[in-house]
Design a protein around this ligand. Structure first.
Ligand SMILES: *Cc1c(COP(=O)(O)O)cnc(C)c1O
Length: 367
């Protein structure tokens, strides 16, 4: 192989880096790579195969492509800091709208926004769907989820504000942040009357810390018995993901910034009129309009241009629940439904794969 070959490969390839988490940047000892591939270039073209005694797949990709992007604007900036010397753009992820929209909402959109499957941008017209019908579709999706929960855990009430959290139990996702101060959460729950939380998510078999997160959630579930119902659903997969992102009232997302490159489950929720209550990281920095598409937890770094203080995220989460989400849900249902409509119209119409693929075509493939 020559540098001419490298140039030819570069011209044909683009690279999307997917996470700032170290486990997403594989490295292999050069001697091992040599044994498997038997190519001396590994030693002779160190500037391409990088670095030292290891072959780093991320640097390999950076060196062999002509366009590189992160998967949300913030992730693009973070990747640019991680890999100074390379030019890194951003194309924010999206989810497949028809796949992630629950049946009751599919039927609603079919009636009010014909052609929405072929043209996801037209979901912007969701603003003119009568709120009453959006609420009915939501309650239907909620019932479907509760039927699934009911067969496995505490009986849940469709009239009660229900938070959802379903993710791989990777430690950086901080699945247990809501339980940082159990007494405080308990007092918030007892003040409103009721609050329900549905969890799901598996840890990687070798991720001991991730398993500890699940244990802490189970401990909290026991502690809160009698005041806040908590269900932990097994076998998190796409089917359960679909049910959960459409069947809860508010989608909770509390990663450790800036480690959530994009996050996609909140986008699935938006397509079903479910607003996010989320730390400002990944896609939510772009998707959050406070009190309009959902609520931010912690510092609103898009407005302050700061970098946030993760140690304050838990107390901010309790404040947002207590002062914004709970009062709106129970005492100003019309406004809550308005937030649901804006989740669909502003975020569902944008954070989908049609917009994403178009941007790949415009920014990555045609240059
Ligand atoms: C959407 C989805 C994910 C990714 O969700 P994040 O919010 O990006 O963590 C993971 N697993 C399943 C089953 C999903 O449906």
């Amino acid at each position: 192989m020559t540098y001419d070959d490298v140039e030819q490969v570069r011209r044909k390839c683009v690279f999307t880096t997917h996470t700032p988490v170290a486990a997403g940047h594989d490295e292999f000892p050069v001697d091992l790579v040599m044994r498997v591939l038997g190519r001396l270039e590994i030693y002779h073209m160190k500037d391409v195969f990088c670095c030292g005694d290891n072959l780093n797949l991320t640097y390999l990709a950076l060196n062999l492509t002509h366009y590189v992007n992160g998967v949300a604007k913030r992730h693009g900036e973070i990747s640019q800091q991680m890999f100074a010397g390379y030019s890194i753009d951003a194309i924010t992820n999206g989810v497949h709208a028809a796949t992630w929209t629950a049946k009751p909402f599919q039927e609603l959109y079919d009636r009010y926004i014909p052609g929405w499957r072929q043209d996801n941008f037209s979901l912007r017209y969701a603003l003119s769907i009568p709120g009453k019908e959006v609420w009915e579709a939501h309650i239907e999706a909620k019932r479907r989820l509760f039927q699934h929960v009911g067969e496995r855990g505490p009986g849940m009430d469709v009239n009660v504000l229900t938070l959802g959290f379903a993710r791989r139990a990777a430690p950086y996702k901080r699945g247990d942040l809501l339980f940082a101060d159990l007494e405080r959460l308990k007092s918030i729950g007892s003040k409103v009357g009721e609050l329900q939380i549905i969890y799901a998510g598996k840890a990687h078999p070798r991720d001991l810390e991730g398993k500890e997160v699940i244990k802490r959630i189970f401990h909290a579930k026991e502690f809160l018995k009698g005041s806040i119902k908590v269900a932990y659903l097994e076998n998190y997969d796409m089917e359960l993901g679909r049910m959960m992102t459409s069947g809860v009232d508010v989608w909770l997302n509390t990663p450790q910034p800036p480690l959530e490159a994009s996050g996609t489950s909140g986008m699935k929720a938006a397509l079903n009129g479910v607003p996010s209550l989320s730390v400002m990281d990944g896609w939510w920095i772009e998707g959050c309009i406070e009190g309009t598409t959902g609520w931010c937890v912690g510092e609103n770094i898009r407005l302050t241009r700061g970098s946030g203080d993760p140690s304050k995220d838990a107390s901010s989460l309790y404040e947002k629940l207590e002062d914004a989400v709970i009062p709106m849900f129970y005492s100003d249902r019309t406004r809550f439904i308005d937030v649901m409509l804006h989740s669909i119209a502003i975020n569902g119409s944008f954070f989908n794969t049609q917009r994403m693929v178009l941007q790949y075509v415009l920014k990555a493939y045609f240059i």
